[in-house]
Ligand binder design. Sequence first.
Ligand code: GTP
Length: 680
Amino acid sequence: FAMLLPTSFSIIAHIDHGKSTLADRLLELTGTIPMEGESGVNRQVLDSLKVERERGITVKSQAVSMIYADRRSQGREYLLNLIDTPGHVDFAYEVSRSLSACQMALLVVDATQGIQSQTLSVFRIAVARGLRIIPIINKIDLPNANTDAVLAQLESRLGLDCMPGGQDEAILVSAKTGMGVEAVLQRIVDVGFDTSAAAASSPPSAALAPRTKTTAKRGEGEKLRALVFDSWYDSYRGVIALVSVHDGVLKTGDKLAFSHSKKKYEVLDAGVNSPTGISTGLLCQGQVGWVVCNMKSLTEASIGDTLHHANTHVEPLAGFKPSVPMVYCAAFPVESSDFPKLEAAIQRLALNDRSVTYARESSNALGQGIKLGLLGALHLEIFRARLEDEYEQTILVTAPSVAYRLVHQDGSSRIISNPLDFPDHVASRIGTKGGGKNVVEVQEPMVLGTLTCPEEHVGAMMQLCADRRGTEVDVSFDEEGGAATTSMVGGDLDGQQQQQQQQQRIVTMKYRLPLGEIVTDFFGLVKSKTAGFATFEYEDLVEGQGRAEGIDAEEDGWERSDVVKLTFLISGTPIDALCQVVHRSKAVYVARQWAQKIKDVVPRQQYDVVVQACVGGKVVAAEKKGAYRKDVLQGIYGGHYDRKAKLLGKQKEGKKRLRSMSFGRVQIPQESFMEILDSK
Ligand code: GTP
């Protein structure tokens, strides 16, 4: 590995466009993994986490090195580092992180679907990172592939010169059958090592000079600079850091230091993944590989930091933007005694998934818990699934919420992520946290959502978006047989069904929606209302990456909103874990729904239990759970009216005394809370 010229590339695509399948084929063609007997089997070597395999989506990025012997130059060998990136919008952070280590990106577009919202966002990130884009049109084996339409889209919407002979000529492939995949490898070599330019201007040795600054010595004598872009914990070897060596050489025994943290380490071992770890003892300029140092904990392998030789001074490499959590929730263990275990599991998982933020939080109803900050609703689901799969921790989570921006009278603003910190009244004095300033405006984060569905479901989807306070940005119909005709049909339906689907036009709707409205059950509703035929993607406008046509460029994705804090009280005591921020127009509806739910699960007491939902100190919904009532008149047959009244009077007295004793101390078993939180 150390002798070969390296280049690094990444595969970027919209979800399900075939990125992992293409990666498998590239690894097979280069002999990195054995060729599968039956072609077209989806092995998804890169998707090693269980959740990834189950859901068929890539969560974490991976790096694999392969050696490609180019037939065009008598089997000359090149080292190609593939850095796999996740496709879903929630993981944009992982994407930009992996791209930091690459020189080019293969942009995979499904020939039956064309450009989708995620294609656009990953394309923008890659271009912003200065990567050379290689367009690849995949799934050309499908009968409804519409290559020409997709080529035209790439040209008109992304501005790529992708027609035959163009500068960014697109490669047509079928990752499933392997058709065209060799051409992809050849293109990587051409772009990464600029063979065409070299061939044109003779001296053959120049052909060896890759596009990157790599020289024949490949970094020897240069000051080492290696970017740490991922790290994980191996139970045998401890902390392993994945690095991309930009300059210089790194060897076993070297003394290294981090530019930012200044901590020093000794390299115990180094190597590459091909596809599993191979120890090479050194990593040269342009290589991507792993390093084992004497790091004690994962926090020391700070991602985005630059490693250099301890006795040198270097300019640190540009790291990457830290992720901004968009969705928050609190997680509690099912058994409160399991809290230490849960905390340890979350800490370890968060080290593996750096986009998660966490902090301790305690609730009066659920006890000690952890407040989580995540990138989106899917991210929360994945995080939860990984906690269960990898750490056997089942958690109870509160309703996901988003951050809000509070604007003060003096124009300053602050962002709050906990519904409990939300002011009861806007334009009122709130606690010391706000410095006693008046909050005059509340803003919520917006997203640009793209919904694609067959024409027959348009009405239902428009209604759903309107219910979620969405505003229409654009609606477009793809022509019959157009590129997007089968977007959600996938390859699973038989020919007849596909034809039926094809006869329907596909509609792409763009809506500007409040993030808070889509973090709970929106995805589920989109699927259930369209029998699974619609897809929904969104781009965060707050991040500033996804500013699309029709949206004022001045806006920063935060929008003024009339949202209010909704609190629930049980017998007068507020239950913090149930506190939420909702839009005023929905407050009463949500309040009634939840009050009913709470009433249903609160155990009956000796006295009446009142469940109240309040907005700004006013009760907007209330439910009463009647008390146990012993029939004190039992056994009195006939009897005098006075006697009955006396007995009932005594019972009333007793209950009054009881209520005063246990007021505010309604014991609600934790299971009841679980029912409330689970019954979303
Ligand atoms: P994420 O990792 O979730 O982003 O998806 P991905 O982009 O890696 O897609 P993946 O490789 O998992 O492919 C999605 C589906 O498309 C799988 O069912 C593949 O078998 C199928 N597929 C991929 N490439 C081709 C192809 O060239 N032709 C056909 N017919 N199907 C393909």
